[in-house]
Design a protein around this ligand. Sequence first.
Ligand code: UTP
Length: 288
Amino acid sequence: MVKPVVKAIFPVAGLGTRFLPATKSVPKEMLPVVDKPLIQYALEEARDAGIEQFVFVTGRGKSALEDHFDHSIELEHALRERGKDAELRSILDFLPPPGALASVHQHEALGLGHAVWCAHALIGDEAFAVILADDLIMAEPGCLRQMMDVYAEVGGNVAAVEDVPREHTNRYGILDVVTDDGRLARAQGLVEKPSPDEAPSTLSIIGRYVLQPEIFRHLDRQQRGAGGEIQLTDAMAATIPDVPFHGLRFEGQRFDCGAKAGFVVANVAFALARPDLAPAVREALDSL
Ligand code: UTP
């Protein structure tokens, strides 16, 4: 029997330096793809995977994220008065139930591992999910749902993985693969941002994880890794002797919305997937 997963951590305390100047005062996770901020896609994916408790790890100037998931009494009132029912539903339907959303502060952006560690007290001794909202995934069923199904079979730590060009291994956590059936790969080690000639494979971790609470024992040590940051990859690697690690090649398409090109392409792809927008967008693209 694997431990059930009903809590998810959303680290949103990064500086977003690759997206400046847009992210000077707006958190990266509030940038919209078509008409929804990245963080809303992430929460909806989590909810559809059975998550009931949502934990934001925030930094300074991130109140817009919390406000987005709170009632906006004046706006709701105005929409109701004007009979704008669809618009009203669009700002109410995604709100988590009372008490389901919590925030903890990461006072300094010391790395993803540190961000996850900051949520330790709210996770306790439970298995949990981590979603990085800037990795936007178009998939049906959602990527985390697919991972939960695999987790129910294999347990341990499970991450979403993708094959990347060898020259890009220095952007990702990379698996040292021991078995691989083409869909599910088991790793005997993990390396954060290896140079292409040192990378043990080209199978890279992207922003979805199902993790066991044992990870906190390693994160407690606050050890710095690649780039001087406290890396989640290092903590997952350190626990492999006790907690097996599997990477799932999910079905779907990932857009790196932490970088400008990926974000632009995501907007186009999500617009083309919308029947109400696709004809106009396709026509405009054709004329470019
Ligand atoms: P990134 O590696 O994309 O870093 O973090 P970043 O700071 O957001 O962006 P760049 O590289 O400067 O442009 C991946 C995810 O982890 C979160 C980020 O908010 C993002 O969702 N994160 C990262 C934290 O919450 N805290 C950290 O200390 C680092």
